[in-house]
Design a protein around this ligand. Structure first.
Ligand code: PGA
Ligand code: ZN
Length: 425
C-alpha cells in the first residue's frame, strides 16, 4: 500500500448478480479516476458469516433488495470517507468497522463494507497491479492452480446430487495457461460423456453440469473418465479432484443425508477415506458440518496427513475462529472468502493466521457473483496457490480465470502451482 488516498465521491448502485439477485456495485472517485467493485453473495452460507444486509421488502426482489445497504454507502460511509486523507487500507477498514459498531457488520451491512473495502484496495493500489499491492511482506506471489467446479449439486442445482461441488485441479500442469486449457478440455469431455449417457447437461449456479446422479462415487468415476479421455493422467501428474460436499447443508437432526441414506460423522469419515483410496481426491472442503467440531477433529486425525481438509462454513474467513480451530487440530487449510468477514484487511488477517500455522489456503468466489475479478489478484498477491471460481464457462466465472491469464502474460516470472508442501497425497 503506497501513498495516502482521498475520495471525491463515494456511492453504490443496486445491480444484479449471476443468480439474478440484487447486489451492490460500489464506486469511489479518486484524483486518478474511479475505482469500482462488485459484491459477491453465497447460498450455502455459514451461520457465523458477517451479515449481508437485505431490505426484507417482499414487494421488491422477494425481500432480497439491497437499497438499505446502498443508502448506507451513499450516506454514513460516504460521510466517513470523504474530506480526509487515508494513510492505508487497514486504517480505512478499521474506521468502517468502528462506525458499524456490531460484531457481525449487521448495522451497515457486510455487503456495503466489503464493496467499499474492495474498491478502496484498488484506490490504494493506484497504477500498481492490484495483486502486488495486496502482497504481504515476505510472501512470494504465485499463480494458483485453478479449482474448476465442473459438476454441481446441493443447493447450487435442482438435481438429486447432495454433494455441492466436484472440482478438477490441474496440479500437474506446467503453467497457468496450460492449466486453464486442461480445465476447459475436461469440462468439454465431461459434457460429451453426460450426453452419451442421456443425462441433462444443464448448469448449476457455478457453471458446472447438474445431472441427476445421486451417488458421489458415480460422479467421481465419470470425472476420472473425462480426465483420462482428455489425455491427462488423473492425479498428481495431471488433473486431481477436489470436493466440497458443503456438509452443513446435508446435516439434519441425527445425521448427514447423502443419496437417500442418513449417515453419522463416523460413516461420513469412512466414506471419504474410501473415496480417497479409490479416486485422486486431493482436497476435501466442508466434509462435515460447521457445528460438528468433534467430527472435524476425528476427520483431521484420520485423513489430515493424506489430503487437504479445507474449512469453509466452519471457519468463515474469521481470524479468531481459525485460531481456535488450529488450536483444536481441525482441518489443515482455510477457504478464503472476502464477504464472509466483510473487509479486505480482515481477510488478509485470516490469511496471515492460516499461513503462520502452516495451513493451506484456497481463495474462493461465491455462488452468486459479479464480473469483478478481485479474487484473482488476491490469490496471486497472497501466494495461496489455489483459487476456486467455478466452471471454465459463464462470464462471472471466467472473468477470474481470464484475469489470471492476463497476470500470467504480463508477469512471466511468476511461479505457478500449489504452494510447496501443500500437496499431501
Ligand atoms: P456459496 O457456496 O457461495 O453458496 O456459499 C460456495 C461454497 O460453499 O464454497
Ligand atoms: Zn464451501
Amino acid at each position: 500500500m503506497t501513498n495516502a488516498v482521498s475520495f471525491s465521491s463515494v456511492s453504490a448502485l443496486e445491480i444484479l448478480d449471476s443468480r439474478g439477485n440484487p447486489t451492490l456495485q460500489v464506486r469511489l472517485e479518486t484524483k486518478h479516476g474511479p475505482v469500482v467493485a462488485g459484491v459477491p453473495s453465497g447460498a450455502s452460507t455459514g451461520t457465523r458469516e458477517a451479515v449481508e444486509l437485505r431490505d426484507g421488502d417482499p414487494d421488491r426482489y422477494g425481500g432480497k433488495g439491497v437499497t438499505r445497504a446502498v443508502a448506507n454507502v451513499d450516506g454514513e460511509l460516504a460521510e466517513l470517507l470523504l474530506g480526509r486523507d487515508w494513510a492505508s487500507l487497514a486504517e480505512l477498514d478499521q474506521a468502517m468497522i468502528e462506525l458499524d459498531g456490531t460484531e457481525t457488520k449487521a448495522r451497515l451491512g457486510a455487503n456495503a463494507l466489503v464493496g467499499v473495502s474492495m474498491a478502496a484496495a484498488r484506490a490504494f493500489a493506484g497504477p500498481e497491479p492490484l495483486w502486488r499491492s495486496l502482497q504481504p511482506e515476505g510472501v512470494e506471489a504465485r499463480l494458483p492452480v485453478p479449482h474448476l467446479n465442473v459438476l454441481n449439486g446441493g443447493v447450487h442445482a435442482p438435481n438429486d446430487l447432495d454433494f455441492q461441488e466436484f472440482m478438477i485441479a490441474p496440479v500437474g500442469a506446467p503453467s497457468l495457461p496450460e492449466a486453464v486449457r486442461a480445465g476447459a478440455a475436461v469440462y468439454a469431455r465431461l459434457r460429451a460423456l453426460l450426453r452419451e449417457r442421456g443425462e441433462v447437461t444443464g448448469l448449476g449456479d457455478e457453471g458446472g453440469f447438474a445431472p441427476n446422479i445421486a451417488a458421489p462415487e458415480d460422479v467421481l468415476r465419470l470425472i476420472v473418465q473425462a480426465i483420462t479421455e482428455s489425455g491427462y493422467p488423473a492425479g498428481a501428474d495431471g488433473v486431481a479432484i477436489a470436493l466440497d460436499p458443503a456438509a452443513s447443508e446435508l446435516y439434519r437432526e441425527g445425521g448427514y443425508a447423502v443419496a437417500g441414506e442418513t449417515l453419522t460423522s463416523e460413516d461420513m469419515i469412512d466414506r471419504y477415506a474410501q473415496m480417497v483410496e479409490d479416486f485422486p481426491v486431493w482436497s476435501l472442503e466442508d466434509g462435515l458440518a460447521e457445528g460438528d467440531w468433534d467430527g472435524w477433529q476425528r476427520l483431521t486425525a484420520r485423513l489430515g496427513e493424506r489430503i487437504q481438509l479445507v474449512g469453509d462454513d466452519i471457519f468463515v474467513t474469521n481470524p479468531g475462529i481459525i485460531a481456535q480451530a488450529i488450536e483444536r487440530g481441525i482441518g489443515n487449510a482455510s477457504l478464503i472468502k472476502l464477504n464472509q468477514i466483510g473487509t479486505v484487511t480482515e481477510t488478509l488477517e485470516a490469511q496471515r493466521v492460516s499461513r503462520e500455522a502452516g495451513y493451506g489456503q484456497m481463495v474462493s468466489h461465491r455462488s452468486g457473483e459479479t464480473s469483478d475479478s478481485f479474487i484473482a489478484d488476491l490469490t496471486v498477491g497472497t501466494g495461496t496457490g489455489q483459487l476456486k471460481t467455478g466452471a471454465p464457462a459463464r462470464g462471472e466465472r471466467v472473468a477470474k480465470y481470464n484475469r489470471l491469464l492476463e497476470i500470467a502474460a504480463a508477469h512471466p516470472g511468476l511461479p505457478y502451482g500449489l504452494t510447496p508442501g501443500t500437496y499431501r497425497r
